[in-house]
Design a binder for this molecule. Structure first.
Ligand SMILES: *[C@@H]1O[C@H](CO)[C@@H](O)[C@H](O)[C@H]1NC(C)=O
Ligand SMILES: *[C@@H]1O[C@H](CO)[C@@H](O)[C@H](O)[C@H]1NC(C)=O
Ligand SMILES: *[C@@H]1O[C@H](CO)[C@@H](O)[C@H](O)[C@H]1NC(C)=O
Ligand SMILES: *[C@@H]1O[C@H](CO)[C@@H](O)[C@H](O)[C@H]1NC(C)=O
Ligand SMILES: *[C@@H]1O[C@H](CO)[C@@H](O)[C@H](O)[C@H]1NC(C)=O
Ligand SMILES: *[C@@H]1O[C@H](CO)[C@@H](O)[C@H](O)[C@H]1NC(C)=O
Ligand SMILES: *[C@@H]1O[C@H](CO)[C@@H](O)[C@H](O)[C@H]1NC(C)=O
Ligand SMILES: *[C@@H]1O[C@H](CO)[C@@H](O)[C@H](O)[C@H]1NC(C)=O
Length: 351
């Protein structure tokens, strides 16, 4: 009897495990990020969400999904006070997809990130931010992953597709947040001062470049930095009309991450490609088609695709201008386009 019961139990466990891992045709589009590494497309403003003192934080790619490599979260908010100054062990990147935020590095550097602007907060550097816009959306990536658990533990569930709730009165329990910090590799630096003397969206050190001239990436993984829209290093793959704007590579992230944007001209569906790292693409302009396992999905602004290592996929666009941000846990699509491409000083491909 006991043997039969055990047999039944293991069958049940096996079936449950199977249900979690196997997804069928038509299952690519999901409402919340799955908890196993499988391909999916999460539409804009979907995903497990928490209210973290008025910030609405949605999990786009969880630590579990990426096997610990990274977490990708979106933040929607209106104006809010300056957050606490802190540092952490992970590499953190900010990519503003709509509206603006002020980001402060250590005591002396700051930039206002508008749409398409980028910041890399290198491990161990103090930083903070202040949201000023009425409709701001940020895509945050941390490597290694796991930070979403902090927000879940300290925030309250948010059950709405409204970007954020302008009538929200909820307050963070700061004591609780500070208690949780060490578990997530975060060190607060509450007594640090920051430089609030800004002109044209930057502290003095950025006046000559921010939004107005070329910017380079540091040659090490310890320097925090900023790149304004289209002003970083760029590469053209002439044959396919793709322009890659590199925001961070293995050099700046200790081989943890590549972050880039890829703009592409319209064309027909190309052959599939495959990489041995987990990747995520989020559309910021136009319309992107993606085929995975025979299923074709169309993505527009804010929609995110997660593509696990070893997955065959093809991507293409049929509209005039399509652009997406790409994160990979190591060398991925952007690195491969750069390797095969030529250096390029423009944000669009030649006619
Ligand atoms: C993230 O995932 C990795 C690998 O599964 C695990 O070792 C790590 O503890 C996780 N991090 C957190 C904060 O849960
Ligand atoms: C961060 O702030 C702490 C506390 O003020 C300070 O001890 C530390 O040196 C700062 N780190 C950096 C990289 O500036
Ligand atoms: C969340 O919202 C959905 C759709 O409005 C509703 O069906 C569900 O019951 C809500 N869940 C909670 C926990 O409020
Ligand atoms: C805030 O968190 C602390 C520590 O977890 C807890 O002791 C306290 O009761 C919380 N306060 C409120 C108002 O929930
Ligand atoms: C700020 O921007 C304006 C307009 O682009 C420019 O004329 C001005 O010189 C800039 N200020 C500084 C201090 O660079
Ligand atoms: C990094 O190194 C490359 C080549 O060695 C050089 O061209 C580039 O200017 C360096 N960048 C910085 C910010 O020092
Ligand atoms: C991936 O594509 C290659 C050819 O490019 C093919 O040989 C392989 O079977 C494909 N794998 C899957 C899982 O479809
Ligand atoms: C910016 O860099 C490109 C090469 O990537 C170069 O062709 C162009 O002259 C530079 N522009 C300025 C203003 O320095």
């Amino acid at each position: 009897m006991a043997t039969v019961a055990l047999g039944f139990l293991s069958l049940l466990i096996w079936l449950l495990a199977l249900q979690d891992q196997v997804y069928a045709y038509g299952d690519l589009v999901v409402d919340t990020a799955p908890t196993t590494p499988r391909p999916y497309v999460l539409p804009n403003l979907k995903g497990e969400a928490v209210d973290f003192g008025g910030l609405i934080i949605r999990t786009l790619v969880s630590n579990i999904t990426s096997s610990g490599a990274l977490s990708i979260l979106s933040i929607n908010t209106g104006p809010s006070p300056l957050s606490i100054v802190h540092s952490h062990k992970q590499v953190e990147t900010f990519y503003s997809i709509k509206g603006s935020v002020q980001v402060f590095h250590n005591t002396n550097q700051g930039r206002e990130l508008q749409a398409n602007d980028f910041a890399l907060l290198a491990p161990g550097n103090n930083h903070t931010y202040r949201f000023n816009d009425l409709d701001f959306q940020l895509t945050l990536c941390m490597a290694p992953g796991g930070i979403e658990d902090l927000f879940t533990a300290a925030g309250t569930p948010y059950n709405s597709s409204a970007p954020y709730d302008p009538e929200d009165q909820s307050q963070l329990n700061v004591t609780k947040v500070l208690e949780l910090f060490p578990r997530y590799g975060i060190t607060p630096a509450p007594y640090n001062t920051i430089n609030l003397d800004w002109t044209n969206g930057t502290t003095d050190d950025g006046l000559a470049t921010w939004h107005v001239a070329n910017q380079t990436l540091p040659n090490n993984s310890v320097t925090p930095y900023f790149v304004s829209s289209n002003r970083g290093p760029k590469y053209l793959q002439r044959k396919t009309g793709q322009v890659v704007s590199l925001l961070a590579s293995g050099k700046q992230t200790n081989d943890k991450l590549t972050v880039a944007t890829i703009a592409t001209k319209p064309g027909s569906q190309p052959a599939a490609v495959k990489f041995d790292v987990h990747q995520a693409f989020q559309v910021t302009e136009g319309q992107l088609h993606l085929e995975i396992n025979g299923e074709i999905v169309t993505l527009i602004f804010g929609d995110l695709a997660f593509i696990p290592e070893g997955t065959n996929f093809s991507y293409w666009s049929r509209v005039g201008f399509t652009k997406f941000a790409a994160w990979s846990a190591g060398s991925g699509l952007a690195d491969s386009l750069i390797m095969k491409g030529e250096e390029w000083s423009d944000a669009v491909w030649p006619a």
